[in-house]
Write a protein that binds this ligand. Structure first.
Ligand SMILES: Nc1ncnc2c1ncn2[C@@H]1O[C@H](COP(=O)(O)OP(=O)(O)OP(=O)(O)O)[C@@H](O)[C@H]1O
Ligand SMILES: [Mg+2]
Length: 301
């Protein structure tokens, strides 16, 4: 059973989730921890490419299609000591469209992998199936770039995650009444009186104050961290404050920016050489920042 699961999510494509997953996995493995990186981006699996793995026998395809009975059969050795990989494959539908039972089974097998740390590289977007992997992780990293569009999507991701959490929680009692209220709260324009989570919870208390109290506790435990990637200037670094404030204002959640990672040509050079940047240019600004991120992840959650 892994001691720590780190999920890398991000609502936007092409912002560095896989690059961060691969290099973070190497940095953690280098500290002596038995690490497994899992490519859950089934439609666009490329973690093996970034890690320089050329061929593999089994992937998640084979697990989902029941060619192999257990997920550990899909483990592949990498060139990095302590680091194994599970490839994403390409024959099965995207994780966003994975059937509920399949997802539950996959989560069960991930939770039983024999290692210290599991790193999950997830597909772009905020589909429920992606969000759910965040809930099984002790450390959730929400990757965004400093652009406003990307920040707004990150904020939307947090909102989706909280709605997901609440809709599960309110399955216990008075489900219909709570779901009706949740649906209203999702439509902020039509229902401005419910436009923050706090306003929603106040209204929900009228249905069942006790259940709302336990929901508050669950929300308080949900603490994803932002990682802002491809930062170019000091102004970019400040965008972290913008997203933190936005999330605080709407959800009352205290999120934090765990790390800002610089835009670094070494990352592109590494991709070209099919050798991870942490190994090809360990002293590049990106590699140094990833090592710091690895340290922070291991000391969080
Ligand atoms: N800090 C960085 N500096 C320079 N280039 C970067 C940086 N981070 C990522 N890139 C580049 O950006 C591109 C997209 O990166 P990556 O594939 O990791 O993103 P992703 O979020 O996983 O994308 P997708 O949503 O398609 O899975 C790659 O070409 C990668 O080399
Ligand atoms: Mg990716």
């Amino acid at each position: 059973m892994p001691k720590k699961i780190i999920a890398i999510v991000g609502p936007k494509g092409g912002i560095g989730k896989s690059t961060i997953s691969a290099n973070l996995a190497i940095a953690i493995a280098a500290t002596g921890k038995k690490t497994i990186a899992v490519d859950l981006d089934l439609g666009g699996a490329n973690l093996h490419v970034i890690l320089g793995v050329r061929s593999y026998e089994y992937s998640l395809d084979d697990f989902v299609l029941k060619h192999i009975k257990t997920l550990d059969k899909a483990l592949i050795e990498t060139n990095v000591p302590n680091l194994k990989l599970i490839c994403g494959g390409s024959k099965i539908p995207d994780i966003a469209n994975m059937a509920f039972q399949q997802k539950v089974k996959l989560i069960g097998h991930i939770s039983k992998l024999d290692c210290d740390v599991v790193i999950l590289d997830l597909a772009a977007g905020s589909a429920f199936n992606v969000v759910d992997f965040l809930f099984i992780a002790q450390v959730g990293l929400l990757v965004t770039s400093p652009e406003v569009t990307s920040l707004m999507k990150a904020y939307g991701f947090i909102k989706t995650a909280i709605f997901r959490l609440l809709s599960f929680h309110f399955k216990q009692r008075h489900t219909e009444l709570f779901m009706e209220l949740l649906e209203k709260a999702k439509d902020v324009d039509a229902n401005p009186a419910l436009n923050t989570i706090e306003k929603f919870l106040k209204e929900a208390e009228k249905i069942d104050a006790e259940l709302v109290e336990s929901a508050r506790k669950k929300i308080a435990r949900f603490t994803p961290s932002f990682v802002i990637n491809m930062v170019q200037s000091a102004r970019d670094i400040n965008t972290g404050m913008v997203i933190q404030n936005l999330v605080k204002q709407y959800t009352n959640l205290n999120t934090r920016v765990m790390m800002t990672l610089p835009s670094d040509e070494a990352v592109k050079r590494a991709l070209f050489k099919t050798k991870p940047v942490l190994l090809s240019e360990p002293m590049s600004p990106f590699s140094i920042a990833i090592k710091e991120l690895a340290y922070k992840c291991m000391n969080t959650g």
